[in-house]
Design a binder for this molecule. Structure first.
Ligand SMILES: *[C@@H]1O[C@H](CO)[C@@H](O)[C@H](O)[C@H]1NC(C)=O
Ligand SMILES: *[C@@H]1O[C@H](CO)[C@@H](O)[C@H](O)[C@H]1NC(C)=O
Ligand SMILES: *[C@@H]1O[C@H](CO)[C@@H](O)[C@H](O)[C@H]1NC(C)=O
Length: 558
């Protein structure tokens, strides 16, 4: 027992010793590398081969930089920036090159005074500042070193520089004795402290995660309280084990999307949809996490709420509120046994829901969020058939501008994709408007977005265009409605949709215009349904518009 304790104590001591050693050695080495990197930036040294590590590999060693190995570590011992067109002051970062033996800054246009730190460089044997425009005086310490034969000093051809002991030294060098000694003492202590801080952080973090798991029940009301974003975003992060538990080991698949598979799950007794992303589809991981944190703060009654996320190594998942009635596409096509026939009023309400969501993303968010993949399968329906837009804001994490072959696959869906995108290669708010127009055409007609007939590909907009020319609205609108809709309302909806799918983006309306028009369409349809009594009808229309106005928008805190 006693021997065991001693053994543990011994290994702990060794570990700490090793850690502090690493901290000392690498700390100094890194600060030197940082210093030359800063010097490079200060003097804009771009003409030379200053790329990568200054010392290694030897073949790519920075020109003008010499390194010598000490205790197995490469240190910068010589810096030659002679005739490099340097301007400005002598960079303070040079003071961090504590092992410097030779410094040549001659034949430049450096101005300002000769800094006092040059005298602090213990190993400096050669200092050439000749032919610059330095002012003031050379410090007594440097002159002393020179007269002691410790330093070869050249300061000639600086018209305004006084280099004799007769000058009163402008720099009082007696304050800081020896930086190296301080670093050597501080670094091991800092190493141990750092270790303790890390251990403490890990313990606190674990506790907080447990606490978060225990209090997840509040997540069932996603719109309740959104403040203290930093803390909340931590609480909304789930471990992979928690995800396995909430999905009952990925038991029930809800659907498959471009980025991964969606599973059914529970947090406490609240249903959720868990989308597991295929790792290969995640483009910039850091950007992805940043985006997720932002999206968790975007709230609107017509956007599916992002409840949380999981990012453990290769397991990346997004947890959304569960939408009981699947997506709009299923209802329009009768897929997946969704045989609910949506009437004209339902269709207009869902269209309006999606339009309001987009309007919010475009105008209510700063910076505006472009959805990039508006389509019927991304419009989800809850138990009351309220429409909510899904998958917003994420597509840009899966494609960057440089990667065109990826972006054509992911950003946008064939048939819904803005035709202007192929020429401009840029998706804008008006691209979302185009996609929304296609959604609206599909809602009105119930037809597929792309049809192949007689070996010809027909887009839904061409189909509708030719039917509109015939002037018979009943031929345009989905035949399953059996003419049970207000004609004016339907014509108006077709007009909005056709304007939205204009090939020229400038000619498309804004989402705010579309929202306004769709409200009129819905009001007209409601008026038809309740036209038995004019008075009652008027009340209803007013009530409806009131309901539509009161969307509970939470602006993003930035
Ligand atoms: C610095 O480089 C220049 C050429 O660029 C050379 O003439 C000079 O001797 C070098 N200085 C030292 C100290 O090696
Ligand atoms: C040198 O510096 C002085 C002021 O410090 C300035 O007037 C002069 O123009 C500078 N000379 C050159 C060649 O840059
Ligand atoms: C140097 O120190 C003296 C007093 O020791 C002080 O009067 C003077 O202002 C100091 N000079 C500078 C440049 O700090």
């Amino acid at each position: 027992m006693h021997a065991m304790a001693k053994k543990i104590a011994n290994s702990l001591f060794l570990l700490l010793a090793a850690l502090s050693f690493v901290a000392t050695v690498q700390g100094q080495d890194q600060s030197a590398v940082d210093a030359v990197t800063n010097i490079k930036r200060t003097y804009k040294v771009y003409s030379r081969n200053w790329q990568g590590d200054p010392c290694a590999p030897i073949a790519y060693k920075w020109q003008g930089v010499d390194c010598t190995s000490f205790d197995g570590f490469l240190r910068i011992t010589s810096l030659n920036l002679s005739s490099s067109g340097l301007t400005g002051h002598i960079a303070a970062d040079i003071s961090k090159l504590t092992m410097l033996e030779s410094l040549d800054l001659s034949d430049n246009e450096l101005s300002g005074t000769v800094p006092s730190f040059l005298a602090q460089l213990q190993s400096l044997e050669y200092l050439n500042l000749a032919n610059n425009n330095l002012t003031g005086s050379v410090s007594n310490e440097l002159l002393q070193k020179q007269s002691d034969g410790l330093l070869s000093l050249s300061v000639g051809r600086n018209p305004n520089l006084c280099a004799s002991t007769a000058c009163i030294s402008q720099s009082n060098d007696t304050r800081k004795k020896d930086n190296n000694v301080v670093i050597a003492v501080v670094a091991p202590i800092a190493g141990i402290l750092l270790l303790l801080v890390i251990i403490a952080a890990v313990i606190i973090f674990r506790r907080r995660k447990r606490y978060a798991a225990a209090t997840n029940i509040i997540l069932g009301k996603p719109r309740s309280s959104i403040k203290g974003s930093e803390l909340e975003s931590k609480q909304r992060q789930y471990s992979f084990n928690e995800v396995v538990e909430m999905t009952n080991n990925f038991d029930r698949i809800l659907g498959r999307g471009g980025f991964g598979t969606v599973y059914h799950g529970f947090i406490e007794d609240i249903q959720v949809a868990v989308k597991m992303l295929s790792l290969s589809s995640v483009h910039g991981y850091q950007q992805f996490v940043a985006e997720v944190k932002l999206l968790m703060r975007v709230h609107h009654r017509n956007l599916t709420s992002l409840i949380g996320y999981c990012n453990e190594e290769t397991n990346i998942g997004l947890i959304y509120e569960y939408m009981a009635n699947g997506n709009l596409d299923e209802h329009l096509s009768g897929k997946n046994n969704r045989e609910t026939s949506l009437n004209w009023e339902d269709r207009l309400r869902i269209a309006l829901d999606a339009a309001q969501a987009l309007e919010y993303l475009h105008n209510g968010c700063k910076p505006p969020i472009i959805h990039r993949d508006v389509k019927c399968t991304n419009i989800l329906l809850n138990e009351n058939f309220h429409g909510k837009l899904a998958d917003f804001g994420l597509s840009k994490c899966f494609a960057t501008d440089g990667d065109t072959h990826v972006s054509t696959i992911v950003a946008g869906t064939p048939g819904y994709l803005d035709p202007e995108y192929t020429t401009s290669n840029r998706l804008t708010e008006k691209s979302d408007v185009y996609s929304f127009g296609v959604v609206l055409l599909r809602i009105i007609t119930g037809q597929a977005v792309i049809m192949v007939r007689e070996d010809m590909i027909h887009h839904i907009s061409q189909q509708v265009n030719s039917m509109v020319a015939e002037g018979d609205i009943t031929k345009v609108v989905d035949s399953r409605l059996q003419g049970d809709f207000d004609n004016n309302s339907a014509w108006n909806a077709v007009e909005i949709a056709m304007a939205s799918v204009s090939t020229i983006s400038m000619e498309r309306p804004y989402m705010s215009d579309i929202v306004k028009e769709l409200k009129d369409c819905l009001a007209a349809e409601l008026a038809r349904k309740h036209n038995s009594c004019d008075l009652q009808n008027k009340d209803l229309v007013e009530q409806v518009s009131l309901n539509l106005i009161s969307t509970d928008i939470t602006p993003i805190a930035r």
